[in-house]
Design a protein around this ligand. Sequence first.
Ligand SMILES: [Zn+2]
Length: 375
Amino acid sequence: MCSPLKYNYPLMFKIITKSPRSKARVGKLKTPHGTIDTPAFMPVGTQGAVKAVTQQQVKDIGAQIILCNTYHLYLRPGIKVIKKAGGLHKFIGWDGPILTDSGGYQVFSLAKLRKISDEGVTFNSHIDGSKHLLTPEKVVEIQSIFGSDIMMPLDECVAYPSTKADAERSVIRTTKWAKRSKEMRDETLRLRSGQGCEMGGELFGIVQGGMFKDLRKRSAEEIRELDFPGYGIGGLSVGEPKGLMLEMLEVSADNLEYEKPKHLMGVGFPEDIVEAVKYGIDLFDCVIPTRLARHGAFLTGKGKQIIRNSKFASDFTPLDKDCDCYACKNFTRAYIRHLFIAKEILPLTLMTIHNLRFIMRLMEELREKIKNGLI
Ligand SMILES: [Zn+2]
């Protein structure tokens, strides 16, 4: 059983304006659940919810796409429940585009007793210790059941720092897994098409290569060869110095087709976003804005501020005077600080709304600047 055919076009990415000064571009990315203005930031909804805010609030902030974590949703509530609910969009009550990651990064960072082989990754759940095997095919199957608009293939991310031999092994494996993922995706499409079913989203390819320029180039060339409709650039912002990250980003992006959409995975500090768009990056995701908010930090044009700071006790100005978010239009730093110290729940919501809106405004400004040839 499947949803009837509604969308039969592939993911479409159109570059609207190219910067004359850098590789930055403004584009539109069309997905089965809506069009995204790029460069775009995707709030992270790890377990199917952006922490502390409702789906309507996420929409009101200006987000056009969210990212959900395959690893977490696969373990809990599990694919049976999500399938029964009619897919991830219906289950979580979000009708906009969803990008799901492959789960690989979480397997490497959260799961216990993992064993990697060419077949896939065997690991024990961090929740109940149960044993699982994730293969490239299984990961595509899970995301197809979710109905994700953009799917990511299983890849191997190496730790930082890593030896060149380890990084090379991960490049070889990531390419092998990418091939198998694409075959699985093509087979799913063939079956769906034959049954008159909805085509669903698209599968991106992922570039790895650690912190080695030649390996980054090799990985990008091998993944490009497989002709995915878009790409994720993985394994960056894992503790390396910023200059090194940008060097690796440049080699990775330059060896992929300029015309295709690129996602810099897990990178989302405002200063990193500003730099990365110059290398032609279109999609960003990061837990930082939402995590900072829950820990009492809010973003402003002058940097990060800590709401507990006593200097805000009688500060009756908004979190950021230039911000148009619900929190800034209606409440003061003094009030939000009071709620935070009193351990109320509301300030976590208000600061999450503000921090996400801060990033959304940054993206809007960047798109304007690129259109005006300023970046
Ligand atoms: Zn605000």
